[in-house]
Design a protein around this ligand. Structure first.
Ligand SMILES: [Zn+2]
Length: 276
């Protein structure tokens, strides 16, 4: 590639494009976003209780300290200069909400990322296959939906991460290199164990709070995601294991609003340069 063909988005990410020769929007906003990105990823929500604040401090520290732990993507902008944003869905598959979400994504022709619980992928193999066949990324969300911190590192890796990896590889025919822990909580040594095995741990930078009592209505979910959406962000939603009708109802409104604001939707593996 000749130098003059370097996409504008790359220059913006590097903070190199400070003039206005390229036209379009003034670059000030993009440059500062790129600098903020380098300074460490953040969980953007307002955390309004001490448990959430502790969680936030922990994952932001882990994102700073581990090369395989992420809250957001590496590329705030795509080659067209649009803001990248990744929709992610935990706790599937199921046979009610996962298909409803897939129908919405198909209608908009948007690719997303699903972090699947191993034992639910065993229960709903056709839905796991549909997710893959429709072009979405898949990561593991442990074999059982339990708190990883209660398991020692070797047990956690073998029986939650690797077991789900092997199961999904058998079912779907490809290697799963993305992992997200239930509740987003994982110990430092578990992250390190994942790193040794080439597994990337992907949390989120925007929590839809669709899991949170009192916040789990479509209006609140829409409001919190649209408010905190940012270039390169990963948004957390849920597609199974509970009543996710509010998530399903909110999703088209969120997509419409973010499209209007110039966001483009990408898969977490692409956002993190994890080989497909
Ligand atoms: Zn979960």
């Amino acid at each position: 590639m000749r130098p003059r063909e370097i996409p504008k988005a790359v220059l913006l990410t590097l903070g190199l494009l400070v003039g206005s020769a390229e036209g379009g929007e003034p670059p000030r906003k993009e440059v500062s976003a790129a600098r903020a990105h380098e300074g460490g990823a953040r969980l953007r929500n307002h955390m309004d209780n001490s448990a959430l604040k502790t969680f936030q401090a922990t994952v932001e520290r882990q994102a700073r300290n581990f090369s395989n732990f992420f809250l957001e993507g590496k590329h705030p902008y795509n080659e067209k200069g649009e803001s990248n944003f990744s929709l992610t869905f935990d706790d599937g598959p199921d046979d009610v909400y996962t298909p409803a979400i897939l129908d919405i994504l198909k209608k908009y022709n948007i690719k997303a990322t699903f972090f699947l619980v191993g034992e639910l992928a065993e229960k709903y193999p056709a839905m796991a296959k549909r997710i893959k066949d429709e072009g979405h990324a898949i990561g593991g969300h442990a074999h059982e939906h339990v708190d990883m911190r209660k398991l020692d590192t070797k047990d956690m890796y073998a029986n939650q991460v690797e077991k789900t990896r092997e199961l999904l590889a058998r079912q779907l025919g490809f290697s799963i290199n993305l992992f997200r822990a239930p509740y987003g909580v994982v110990t430092d040594s578990q992250i390190e164990e994942c790193r040794k095995h080439g597994v990337v741990v992907a949390n989120w930078s925007v929590d839809s709070f669709d899991w949170r009592k009192g916040y789990d209505n479509p209006q609140q979910i829409e409001q919190v995601v649209v408010k905190h959406a940012h270039p390169g962000g990963f948004a957390l939603f849920h597609s199974g294991r509970d009543d996710r009708s509010a998530t399903v109802a909110a999703l088209p409104h969120i997509i419409d609003k973010l499209l209007q604001r110039g966001f483009a939707f990408n898969r977490v593996d692409d956002a993190l340069d994890v080989p497909r």
